[in-house]
Design a protein around this ligand. Structure first.
Ligand code: SAH
Length: 466
């Protein structure tokens, strides 16, 4: 096969980025926008020695798992990768992806995994689930300000104010903002030459409290016509906070370092279960509240708390899991690298009148080993112990220095929450080589219509065995 060749292909597999995989004359092709089971006509765009990338020209026979995308720009927009895949099929795809990594990278036997893997936990309504959206702002060919999301792997904005994953309120907010920008000639930011002003619009919505915040990210010191924006936006039901954040750097980082309040509070409040959280524009907060509650319930169940336990929650963010656990534990220690998040965590503990949660700023792989060593110095002949350790690292997983200390602290249970099953598998392999056994694997779909997966696993210490 070579560039510009066309072929008819049956899609037989799905790649890790959601693209369909099929063969033409034994040559493997990766084809975006196709679904397992489709018979399609494609055109080769890029041909390598053993495989190539092709573009979908036409679906000859749709798969029984193909559904119509809900969003009009689903194909162009890089936000969703698998909106045309039936939701039940999406769930099976994610379950298979996690199990596949645990087998290949983790070295776990398929028959063991079969016994411990729980049915995947999906959503009843896999749309409009995100409580947060950061819309880039740009300029269209007529010079009008537009917002939307980037096309896959580029920074080209696909205009859309009605994202099917976000809350319905986003549309009205964005349209009010765009119309004020266009009427008053307030320019959107231009990444090419770092000119213009409005870079992003951040919107957050508390699903339980129905509170809304809007934050403008601007390449300047002030937001012109701030009173006009405030006038319109403050009338929207639930609006609690209108702020801006200066970001004058030439960077892909969205938010600036600080927040200035234009109207209302600098934060909104929301609940996960019974725990109340204060969320500022800069706080990390799980984006899918419905599934987060389920995820945390599994984490809590796996932690097996009776009220007597000492628990560490590593990579704790604003202390969401920590406070969930603190309801049932004797003492919880949270560790997080972002100082502002720890400030929020402390405030959230106070807000909920929880006195048994303590937080540390720093790298988990430095804080925990240092704590362990100091403890030994201060308590000769003893060693620091934890009953349960929970980790929820970013995609790169845990550093070995951290895993090593975790093992030394001999927790009865380790609950590993992961958004990347490849690094999860690597870390579980290490822990299972050091006396732990994998007891449960639960995939929870936090990101329907995208290829991202999240799962929570339970490891149990098998005493004496090493
Ligand atoms: N458990 C939290 C956050 C999980 S996201 C929740 O459910 O809301 C992962 C968190 O790890 C982020 O807040 C990130 O800032 C933090 N982080 C990244 N690297 C870290 C490190 N080396 N040590 C501690 N925290 C880290």
């Amino acid at each position: 096969m070579k560039k510009n060749d066309t072929a008819v292909v049956k899609i037989e597999d799905i790649g890790i980025n959601g693209e369909g995989i099929g063969k033409a004359d034994g040559y493997t092709l990766f084809i975006k926008d196709t679904v397992m089971g489709d018979l399609v006509e494609v055109k080769v765009m890029k041909a390598k020695k053993n495989y190539g990338y092709a573009k979908l020209l036409r679906v000859i026979e749709p798969s029984k798992n193909r559904v119509e995308a809900k969003c009009l720009v689903a194909k162009q927009c890089g936000g969703c990768q698998i909106q045309e895949m039936d939701y039940q099929e999406q769930l099976q795809f994610k379950q298979k992806k996690v199990i596949g990594n645990l087998e290949r990278i983790g070295g776990f036997a398929p028959e063991v995994l079969e016994k411990i893997t729980q049915p995947v936990c999906g959503m009843d309504e896999p749309f409009h689930y995100r409580n947060k959206a950061q819309f880039p702002v740009g300029t269209d060919k007529d010079g009008k300000a537009v917002t939307g999301f980037y096309a896959g792997r580029t920074h080209q904005i696909i205009p859309n104010t009605d994202c099917a994953l976000g809350v319905s309120q986003n549309q009205q907010i964005l349209e009010e903002i765009l119309s004020i920008m266009n009427e008053n000639h307030i320019p959107a930011y231009n990444e090419q030459d770092c000119s213009g002003l409005v870079r992003h619009i951040l919107i957050r919505y508390g699903f339980t409290t129905k509170e809304i915040m809007v934050c403008f990210v601007i390449n300047g010191d002030n937001l012109p016509c701030a009173d006009k924006f405030v006038d319109k936006l403050s009338q929207i039901e639930g609006m609690r906070s209108i702020t801006f954040s200066k970001n004058k750097e030439n960077t892909n980082v969205i938010m600036g370092k600080e927040i200035e309040v234009l109207w209302g509070d600098g934060y909104i409040t929301d609940y996960i279960g019974n725990v109340k959280y204060q969320i500022s524009p800069l706080s990390f907060y799980q984006v899918n509240p419905v599934q987060t509650e389920k995820l945390y319930k599994y984490a809590l169940e796996y932690a097996g708390l009776t009220g007597e336990e000492t628990v560490w929650d590593l990579y704790c963010g604003i202390g969401t899991i920590s406070l969930f656990l603190a309801q049932k534990a004797k003492q919880v220690y949270g560790v997080e690298i972002v100082p502002q998040a720890i400030e929020d965590a402390k405030q959230n503990a106070e807000l909920n009148d929880m006195k048994n949660a303590e937080f540390f700023v720093g790298k988990a792989e430095e804080i925990l080993p240092a704590y362990y060593e100091n403890y030994a110095k201060e308590h000769p002949g003893q060693q620091a112990h934890a009953d349960v350790i929970v980790v929820d690292p970013p995609r790169k997983g845990c550093e070995e220095a951290l895993l090593e200390t975790m093992v030394k602290m001999q927790p009865d249970r380790i609950v590993y929450v992961s958004c990347d099953s490849a690094t999860l598998a690597r870390d579980l392999k290490y822990l299972c080589g050091e006396g732990y056994a994998l007891e449960k694997v639960q995939v929870v779909d936090q990101f329907p219509n995208t290829v991202h997966t999240e799962c929570v696993t339970l490891l149990q210490r098998s005493r004496g065995k090493k």
